[in-house]
Design a protein around this ligand. Structure first.
Ligand SMILES: CC(C)(COP(=O)(O)OP(=O)(O)OC[C@H]1O[C@@H](n2cnc3c(N)ncnc32)[C@H](O)[C@@H]1OP(=O)(O)O)[C@@H](O)C(=O)NCCC(=O)NCCS
Length: 156
């Protein structure tokens, strides 16, 4: 991403800023802890922290990463995809996921935001619905263990 991003969310009070390859170890730990079945392999984590145009924002407390979101802009389709979002389990339900999502939407700056979520992931679905996302499709057996994905969309 071109321009630096630094922001303090007024509700959750967490600090949000661009993530970089220097955050690889922290992101790896966060992903492992947050995604029992779907933690990304190292190569994907390196990609998300380095590929041009990817939106990558971390939430920090005492300079430690406590949350992360990545967004993948597809300007030709007018769509930005939320690629991953996670908040450290010790810091959940404090509005940090919402702050990350809103920041990512702002930075993507496209008319439609889409994402996929496991059909059983009530916490994430609840966050997305409260933030205005609607289920527009179901991708059957999308995940490795056979679970389906909800495709959710928000029109800004
Ligand atoms: C999904 C996740 C990012 C939410 O982060 P969070 O910081 O706890 O979310 P927030 O505190 O911002 O919650 C925002 C809203 O979502 C709802 N929500 C979040 N977690 C919830 C839960 N476990 N149960 C019910 N509602 C929940 C809250 O009710 C909240 O609304 P409210 O403030 O009006 O009450 C977090 O649970 C997480 O990291 N999960 C593991 C990784 C994951 O599943 N990522 C999503 C992949 S698609």
């Amino acid at each position: 991403m071109g321009r630096p991003y630094k922001f303090i969310d007024t509700i959750s009070k967490c600090k949000l800023r661009n993530a970089s390859i220097l955050d690889l170890n922290a992101l790896r730990k966060l992903e492992k802890e947050s995604f029992e079945k779907d933690a990304w392999p190292l190569i994907d984590l390196i990609a998300v922290l380095t590929f041009p145009n990817v939106i990558r924002i971390k939430a920090t407390e005492n300079n430690q990463m406590i949350g992360f979101i990545a967004g993948d802009p597809r300007p030709n389709d007018g769509v930005g995809w939320v690629a991953t979002i996670a908040v450290d389990s010790r810091f959940r339900l404090r509005g940090i996921g919402r702050a990350l999502l809103r920041a990512c939407e702002r930075e993507l700056n496209l008319p439609h935001i889409k994402l996929t979520v496991r059909a059983s992931n009530q916490a994430a679905i609840s966050l997305y619905e409260k933030e205005g996302y609607q289920t527009i499709d179901i991708w059957e057996r999308y995940y490795n263990d056979g679970e389906s994905a909800l495709v959710m969309e928000k029109t800004l």
